[in-house]
Design a binder for this molecule. Structure first.
Ligand code: BES
Ligand code: ZN
Length: 647
C-alpha cells in the first residue's frame, strides 16, 4: 500500500522522458544560454562561443552531456578559465541524430549548485539548421542570406545544447557581422538595450565595418525556438497603432505589408478566445522561397514561406496558426516529440477558433478540417494504419523525430480536442484552456498531465454532470492517444459547400472534355472549396478516372497552370501528373524551381517521379542548389537517389 502511494506520487510528478536527446537533462538543467556569433556569410561559416548557466537538478553529477550535429568543437572550459576535457561519441551508429559531447567537470557538483561553462566552436555549411545562401539565391541579389530552422531536433546543429523541448532556458546573444554582408540581423528575442562583453573581437579588415547587435529573450524557451535571420532585410510596421511587424527583403516589403495589414486583427481574434498575448510585439519574416516549410513559430519572430502571400489573402491562415503557437507550443510546450500534438493539435484548435472569430463563418473551418483529415489519412496510409506513427504518440527511439512528422498531431490532435470540447461544453472548455495556460506557462508537459489538469479543473469548478463527463473523457482517451489509424470517434464536419465542390468535380469528369454548364461556379468558390475540388480531382486521377481531355478543358476554363496561389497549383500539378499528363512538364519543372516548401514540392516530385523518373531527376538536378538542405535530402529520398547532406 505504502509502495503504491509512493509510486503514484512519483508517477504524478515524472513526465515522459525524451528519447531523442543524448544530454543528461534529467540531472542538470541549463537556465541561461549566451551566444556570441561572428558571421562570415560569404564564406558560409560562423565562429561561435556559447556560455551556459547549468543548475544541478539530480542528486549529483560529474559530467555534462550535450547534443551536437556536425559542429566543430574547439574547447570547453569553466568561465573562470579552467579547461575541461571533452569527448565526442555517437550513441547510434547512424549519425542522423548527431553526436554526444561529453564534458568532464573538475569535481562532483551537487543538487542546486550552478556550473558556468563555455564552448568555443564553429558552424559551417554542413549545418542542418542554418541555411547559408549566396546573393544570387536572393531576390535583391545584393547580399548573402542566412536563416535557421531548428524544430524539431536541429538546434544541435546551431550550438551544443540540451536539444529537448523538456528544457527551457532564457537566452542572450551578440551577433557580429560585416555591413557588406548583411543589412540587418534579427533573432527570436528582443533587441537588447544593454551591450554584452565581446569575448572574441574580430580582426579589423579593410573595405567594410563590423556591426554588432545584441539580443535578449527573457522568457524561458525550449532550444528549438532559437532562431536567426540575416541578409538584405528590413523591418516595417504592418499597420498603425498595432503590435505587428513584417521583415523581408526591401523589394517586396510594400506589397507584403499591404496583404498583411490585418495581422493585428488576427492577434485580437486569438486573444478574444484565449486571453492576452504576453510576448509584446509580433513580427513575421517572409523568407526566400527555399524556406522548407510554411511557417515556424519562433517567438517574437515567426518565419514564413513567401507562398503564403498569394496577393488575395488566401494564405494567411498560416500566420494565424503561427501566432496561435505563442500560447500553445511557445508558452506551454510538449515535453518530448512523441507529444507533439500538445503543440500542434492545440494550435490548430486555437487557429480555427480565431478564424471563426475573424471571418465569422463555420464553412471554412469545417472544410479545413475535412482537407486536414484527408491529408492525415494519406499520411496514415503512408506509415501504415497499424504503425504507431499513425497515432498521437509516435515512438522515435533511435530515429530523427522528423521521420514521424505528419499531419497526424495536427488533425487528430484537433479532432481529439473538438471531441473533448463536445463533452465538456464550449464555454467550460474555453475557460479550462485559459486556466491550463496559466497553470503550465513556461513549462513543458505530456498528454497525461493535460488529462490530469482537465479532470481536476472540471471537478474544482464543480461543473454540471461532472461524473458523466469524467467517464466520457476517460472512456476513449487512451484510444485517441495510443491507437494507430483513424480516431475512435469520427466527427462530422460536413457542409453543403463540401458537396458543392465535389459535385463540381464530378461534373467535369462527366462532361468528358466538354465545358460543364456550371463551370463559372469556381469563381465564387471559397478557397477551401477549390482545394476540395483539386483533392477530388487527384483522387479521380489515382483511380484512372481523370482523362487528359478533361485536364485540358479544366485548364482552359480555370487557368490552373498559371495559378499564383501555390496551395492550388501544387494540387493541380499532382493531379494532372498522376493522370499521366506530359504536356505541362515545362511548367511543372518551372514551379519546382520557384518554391522549396516541402509540403508543396514533395507531392509533385512523387507524382513526377512515377510518370517520368528521368525528367524528375533532371529537374531536381537543375534546382538542387536552390533547395534547403532538409528539402534536398527529402527529395533525394523520394527520387531514390543517394541520401546525404553533402553540399
Ligand atoms: N511548428 C510547425 C513547423 C514544424 C513542425 C517544423 C515540426 C518542424 C517540425 C509550424 O507551426 C507549422 O505547423 N507549420 C505548417 C503550417 C501550418 C499552417 C499548419 C507548415 O509549415 O506547413
Ligand atoms: Zn504549428
Amino acid at each position: 500500500m505504502i509502495l503504491l502511494v509512493i509510486s503514484s506520487i512519483i508517477c504524478l510528478q515524472a513526465y515522459e522522458i525524451d528519447v531523442n536527446t543524448f544530454s543528461n537533462y534529467l540531472d542538470v538543467h541549463n537556465r541561461h544560454l549566451h551566444l556570441e556569433w561572428l558571421l562570415n556569410m560569404d564564406k558560409k561559416y560562423i565562429n561561435a562561443t556559447s556560455v551556459y548557466t547549468f543548475q544541478v537538478v539530480g542528486p549529483q553529477i560529474n559530467k555534462i552531456s550535450l547534443d551536437i550535429y556536425k559542429l566543430n568543437i574547439y574547447s570547453t572550459y569553466l568561465t573562470n578559465g579552467l579547461l575541461l576535457p571533452h569527448t565526442i561519441d555517437s550513441p547510434y551508429a547512424d549519425s542522423d541524430q548527431g553526436q554526444r559531447l561529453n564534458i568532464q567537470l573538475d569535481r562532483t557538483y551537487y543538487r542546486g549548485e550552478y556550473i558556468e561553462l563555455s564552448i568555443k566552436y564553429s558552424i559551417d555549411s554542413k549545418s542542418r539548421s542554418i541555411s547559408f545562401m549566396t546573393k544570387e539565391q536572393t531576390s535583391t541579389k545584393t547580399m548573402p542570406y542566412l536563416f535557421s530552422q531548428c524544430e524539431d531536433a536541429n538546434c544541435r546543429a546551431l550550438a551544443p545544447l540540451q536539444d529537448t523541448p523538456a528544457i527551457k532556458q532564457t537566452y542572450t546573444a551578440t551577433i557580429i557581422f560585416k555591413d557588406t554582408e548583411a543589412a540587418d540581423v534579427f533573432m527570436s528575442a528582443n533587441e537588447s538595450q544593454d551591450q554584452f562583453l565581446i569575448l572574441n573581437k574580430p580582426q579589423d579588415e579593410p573595405n567594410f565595418n563590423w556591426k554588432y547587435k545584441y539580443f535578449i529573450q527573457e522568457v524561458p524557451i525550449p532550444s528549438y525556438l532559437i532562431a536567426i535571420v540575416a541578409g538584405n532585410i528590413e523591418k516595417k510596421k504592418t499597420s498603425t497603432g498595432g503590435r505587428t511587424y513584417l521583415i523581408s527583403e526591401p523589394d517586396k516589403i510594400v506589397p507584403y505589408a499591404d496583404e498583411l495589414k490585418d495581422m493585428e486583427q488576427f492577434l485580437l481574434a486569438i486573444e478574444d478566445y484565449i486571453g492576452p498575448y504576453t510576448w509584446g510585439t509580433y513580427t513575421l519574416v517572409i523568407q526566400p522561397p527555399s524556406f522548407p516549410i510554411g511557417g515556424m513559430e519562433n517567438p517574437l519572430l515567426t518565419f514564413a514561406n513567401p507562398s503564403i502571400m498569394t496577393g488575395k489573402g488566401t494564405g494567411l491562415s498560416v500566420t494565424i496558426h503561427e501566432m496561435a503557437h505563442s500560447w500553445f507550443g511557445n508558452t506551454i510546450t510538449c515535453v518530448n516529440w512523441a507529444n507533439m500534438w500538445i503543440n500542434e493539435g492545440f494550435t490548430v484548435f486555437l487557429e480555427r477558433k480565431a478564424s471563426f472569430t475573424h471571418y465569422n463563418s463555420t464553412d471554412d473551418i469545417k472544410l479545413n478540417a475535412i482537407i486536414g483529415n484527408t491529408s492525415m489519412y494519406q499520411d496514415m496510409l503512408g506509415y501504415g494504419l497499424n504503425s504507431n506513427f499513425s497515432s498521437l504518440h509516435p515512438d522515435t527511439t533511435g530515429l530523427n523525430p522528423d521521420d514521424s512528422f505528419s499531419e497526424i498531431p495536427y488533425e487528430k490532435g484537433f479532432q481529439f480536442l473538438t471531441y473533448l470540447e463536445q463533452i465538456v461544453g464550449q464555454d467550460d472548455f474555453k475557460q479550462m484552456l485559459r486556466a491550463y495556460l496559466d497553470q503550465y506557462k513556461y513549462q513543458s508537459i505530456d498528454q497525461k498531465e493535460f488529462q490530469n489538469f482537465l479532470l481536476r479543473y472540471l471537478q474544482e469548478q464543480d461543473v454540471k454532470d461532472f461524473s458523466t463527463k469524467r467517464y466520457k473523457i476517460l472512456e476513449n482517451w487512451d484510444k485517441w492517444v495510443y491507437n494507430p489509424g483513424l480516431p475512435p470517434v469520427i466527427l462530422d464536419f460536413s457542409t453543403n459547400k463540401l458537396t458543392e465542390a465535389q459535385e463540381y468535380c464530378d461534373g467535369y469528369i462527366r462532361a468528358d472534355g466538354q465545358q460543364p454548364t456550371n463551370w463559372q461556379d469556381y469563381d465564387n468558390f471559397l478557397q477551401t472549396q477549390k482545394l476540395i475540388f483539386l483533392e477530388d480531382l487527384y483522387k479521380k486521377a489515382e483511380n484512372n478516372l481523370l482523362k487528359l481531355n478533361v485536364v485540358d478543358q479544366i485548364d482552359k476554363d480555370l487557368k490552373l497552370t498559371q495559378e499564383n496561389d501555390f496551395e492550388l497549383k501544387f494540387r493541380w500539378f499532382r493531379a494532372i501528373l498522376t493522370a499521366g499528363d506530359k504536356n505541362r512538364l515545362t511548367q511543372v519543372a518551372e514551379f519546382l524551381g520557384q518554391i522549396g516548401r516541402g509540403k508543396m514540392v514533395y507531392p509533385v516530385y512523387r507524382a513526377l517521379n512515377q510518370l517520368d523518373h528521368e525528367f524528375a531527376v533532371q529537374t531536381f538536378q537543375t534546382h538542387e542548389a536552390f533547395y534547403h538542405p532538409i528539402a534536398r535530402n527529402n527529395i533525394r529520398n523520394i527520387l531514390g537517389l543517394r541520401d546525404s547532406f553533402i553540399q
